[in-house]
Design a binder for this molecule. Structure first.
Ligand code: SF4
Ligand code: SF4
Ligand code: SF4
Length: 286
């Protein structure tokens, strides 16, 4: 049997590029044709947690204990398999006054999602609404997506819902399919969470930043409406008024597949060099 060059090329590509770039989703019959997402305006958040509760209620997710973490008005601490919305509280003490930053965090439904790239079974897809969706019946629980996500969104179910599979926000795919607003956005009493076609949301968000800046809040800016450093745009993006780290968001989210080919090549070369060295040393002794 002879191996043709294209087959060799494909095999080499598979070996050196474990995280191939996003494959553009093929439109399916019935697709809405618009990518739906979230604009979360943290300046409007009052920390009521209605979004977190509505998400758990609609998606039948169990409570994550009732213990306060001790470092914030919080008992969930972070996003995970059973917490798909998480309201963060950050108290800032200044020289003259203190203030609270509050932000309802969620899966960013990244336009080029490392979790989707890294899934070996094809369980993670872009659904009809352009949102990143985990198909639980195909997930084998390997956890690659958990480590690939630069925002710490995904978790594997343990305890009450112990199926060992990865879980995260579906952007209420079931509600969207019935022309309903996602539960968290529906429950938010201040419109801090806004849902809609991302192009419209981005325009609205830019208008809101301008409005805030005209009113004297020069700190207002958008995180993820456009690319964040090397990382592509997020379809769930945020209006912030401090450094991303203050909200526990990465300033430059890493794309794990970037530079992968170089790293594989370096490992291969090191292996070859060490083998040659060992052969030379043992060759001399014998
Ligand atoms: S935020 Fe994480 S889990 Fe959500 S789509 Fe992006 S990489 Fe995937
Ligand atoms: S869109 Fe639905 S699943 Fe996602 S955080 Fe909101 S309520 Fe939860
Ligand atoms: S429901 Fe709205 S105001 Fe309340 S915590 Fe969530 S985002 Fe903030």
């Amino acid at each position: 049997m002879t191996l043709s060059l294209p087959i060799l090329g494909e095999a080499l590509d598979e070996l050196t590029n474990a995280f191939p770039p996003r494959r553009t989703p093929v439109p399916q019959p019935g697709d809405v044709g618009q990518i739906m997402g979230f604009f979360t305006d943290t300046t409007l958040c009052i920390g009521c947690k209605a979004c977190e509760v509505a998400c758990k209620q609609w998606n039948q997710l169990p409570a994550d204990q009732y213990n306060f973490t001790g470092y914030s008005y919080d008992n969930t601490g972070h996003l995970g398999a059973t917490t798909w919305r998480h309201v963060k509280f950050k108290e800032q003490i200044g020289e003259n006054a203190g203030r609270w930053l509050m932000m309802s965090d969620v899966c960013k439904h990244c336009e080029s999602a490392p979790c989707q790239h890294s899934c070996p079974t094809g369980a993670i897809i872009y659904n009809d609404f352009g949102d990143v969706y985990v198909q639980n019946d195909i997930c084998n629980g390997c956890g690659y997506c958990v480590s690939a996500c630069p925002f710490g969104v995904l978790g594997r179910a343990e305890g009450q819902q112990d199926d060992g599979h990865a879980h995260k926000c579906t952007l209420c795919f079931d509600r969207q399919s019935d022309d309903m607003t996602p539960a968290c956005a529906k429950a938010c009493p201040t419109a801090s969470i806004q849902f809609g076609p991302v192009d419209e949301l981005r325009d609205r968000a830019r208008g809101r930043v301008k409005e805030l800046q005209d009113r004297g809040n020069q700190r207002a800016y958008l995180y993820g409406a456009d690319s964040v450093g090397d990382y592509g745009p997020l379809n769930a993006f945020f209006l912030l008024e401090d450094h991303p780290n203050e909200y526990n968001l990465p300033e430059n989210p890493p794309q794990p597949f970037k530079g992968q080919a170089k790293r594989y090549a370096a490992s291969l070369l090191t292996g070859v060099a060490l083998t040659a060295l060992a052969a030379a040393v043992f060759g001399k002794r014998s």
